[in-house]
Design a protein around this ligand. Structure first.
Ligand code: SAH
Ligand code: SF4
Ligand code: F3S
Length: 469
């Protein structure tokens, strides 16, 4: 595997000098400038937005959720399905009114969609009120781009197709005080035939273990209780590093960091999920007993055309292995319905996997063709009606399983993390079981951030209710 390109620290310092230069400009503005960062897509994008906020903070910006009050609007986009892009185009289109009323508002579009040539072209040609477009690979240069816009004017596009790099030392402003994201790697090399991610996020590259451990150590010291290690396929962590380390090894090192916190991770690819990983999970007391292991389809022919490089039997074997080592593990997965050429009989193999595994929760998607991926070119004869029918059968089956699995919690006492406020009057707090199931409880908000025993008293297919002990 190729070595990962590391951005020299001096170049990140240079970006921080651009922040300081912008801060000198904004200090002269009559009011404290505000920025609005709007995030679509997965946790990786949430983590990227926290770095954008980190940079904006150093530039002297405060934050708002109002497009009217913001002097900079950043829309961090997702390209995973067509629907995600349509929402962005709709919202970006509406910003033309904001720009008309306040022409000095800077409108920036970044993230995975920006890195798709067809989408970038559409923005360039038809959304002329957008000032700056940059892809995930250029994020580390955000201050320089903003500085340029504020001093020279002119639209800026930084969307070259790059393998990507790693930049350490970018400031971060986190959205939450209890849960934190830590990217351990970027990009993806798997090229599942339906998926846009490898095209927009570049090649797989791992952060050095020392940098990851330092970040987690600091989070633990700051009192974070729930830390999620992020990557598109965390199981291939370390393959591009000189350090002889794999993901199981990294988990053990993160687990050794002192403090009372939970470690989660996502996402795992079944082809690379090993017994060694499951053993590390079983051994590490801070690693939450939960595994998100997408299987996408239950039929081997479909899996092959998806380029998933695992069979249904291999998948079920891994589930068995992890359950042997961690009997109470919470299992979740992703499924695509209506992949080109999948027949209803083949789809029924997916239902059988659900029945066999009995996942605690499932994320279900109808296939969306992404231009530039192999699957977008494949024959797709099944009418949408039939795909929808299959989709409904899938969700009905999973709903029934989720409801049964949740009902089994009733009467049990579970150590949960109180993690947020709920809009339910009777149960004003939310909590999470170690397996990340949502529990609603009544309690004093000052207890947020604490691990507390909760007696589970009720359940439905989405969540549990309970009482603090
Ligand atoms: N790296 C993760 C997945 C990231 S995308 C993994 O490999 O598991 C999250 C989910 O979106 C995928 O698991 C898949 O189920 C779904 N997905 C990706 N591309 C899609 C497409 N073109 N149409 C429908 N669903 C898709
Ligand atoms: Fe997409 Fe497959 Fe990579 Fe996941 S592993 S991001 S589904 S290409
Ligand atoms: Fe979407 Fe990009 Fe994540 S395409 S799902 S935001 S990696």
């Amino acid at each position: 595997m190729e070595r990962t390109t590391i951005i020299p620290p001096a170049q990140v310092e240079e970006q921080l000098s651009h922040c300081a230069a912008v801060a000198r400009l904004t200090a002269q503005w009559p009011e404290k400038p505000l920025a609005f960062v709007d995030t679509y897509g997965c946790q990786q994008n949430e983590a990227d937005s926290e770095r954008i906020r980190g940079y904006l903070d150093k530039m002297g910006f405060g934050f708002t959720d109002s497009e009217e009050q913001a002097r900079i609007i950043v829309i961090n986009t997702c390209a995973i399905r067509e629907h995600a892009e349509q929402r962005v185009f709709g919202n970006v289109g509406a910003l033309v009114h904001v720009k008309r009323r306040r022409p000095d508002t800077l409108i920036c579009l970044c993230g995975c969609m920006a890195q798709r040539p067809q989408a970038a072209r559409k923005i360039r040609e038809s959304y002329r009120h957008v000032d700056l477009v940059f892809g995930p690979q250029a994020l580390w240069q955000f201050p320089e781009m903003i500085h340029g816009l504020l001093t020279r004017r002119g639209r800026t596009f930084s969307v070259e197709d790059e393998a990507g790099s790693i930049a350490e030392g970018i400031p971060v402003v986190r959205q939450d005080k209890i849960k934190a994201w830590v990217s351990i790697m970027y990009g993806c090399n798997n090229f599942c035939s339906y998926c846009i991610v490898p095209y927009v996020r570049g090649r797989e590259r791992s952060r050095k273990p020392g940098d990851i451990l330092a970040e987690v150590r600091q989070l633990a010291q700051e009192g974070y209780k729930d830390i999620t290690l992020l990557g598109q396929n965390v199981n291939s962590y370390g393959k591009d590093l000189d350090d002889p380390i794999d993901f199981a090894g990294l988990l053990e090192q993160v687990n050794a960091i002192p403090g009372d916190f939970l470690i989660r991770f996502m996402t795992s690819h079944p082809k690379d999920a090993t017994r060694k990983l499951f053993e590390a999970m079983a051994k590490c007391e801070k690693v939450a007993p939960v595994l998100h292991l997408p299987f996408q389809a239950g039929n081997d022919r479909v899996l092959k055309v998806m380029n998933r490089r695992h069979t249904r039997a291999e998948y079920l074997e891994k589930i068995k292995a992890v359950r042997t080592l961690i009997p109470d593990i919470v299992l979740t997965s992703d499924v695509i319905v209506g992949f080109p050429g999948e027949t209803t009989a083949e789809f029924e193999d997916t239902l059988r996997v659900l029945e066999e595994v009995r996942f605690d929760a499932l994320f279900t998607f109808i296939f969306s063709p992404r231009p530039g991926t192999p699957a977008a070119e494949m024959d797709d004869p099944m009418p949408r009606e039939e795909k929808l029918q299959n989709f409904n059968r899938l969700t009905a089956l999973q709903d029934a399983i989720s409801e049964e699995k949740h009902a089994a919690y009733i009467g049990k006492t579970v150590r949960c993390l109180l993690d947020g406020l709920s809009d339910d009057d009777r149960c004003n707090l939310t909590a999470r079981t170690p397996g990340n199931r949502l529990v609603r409880v009544a309690g004093d908000p000052s207890a947020l951030g604490q691990f507390r025993d909760v007696k589970i008293t009720g359940a439905n297919k989405w969540s549990l209710t309970g009482e603090l002990i």
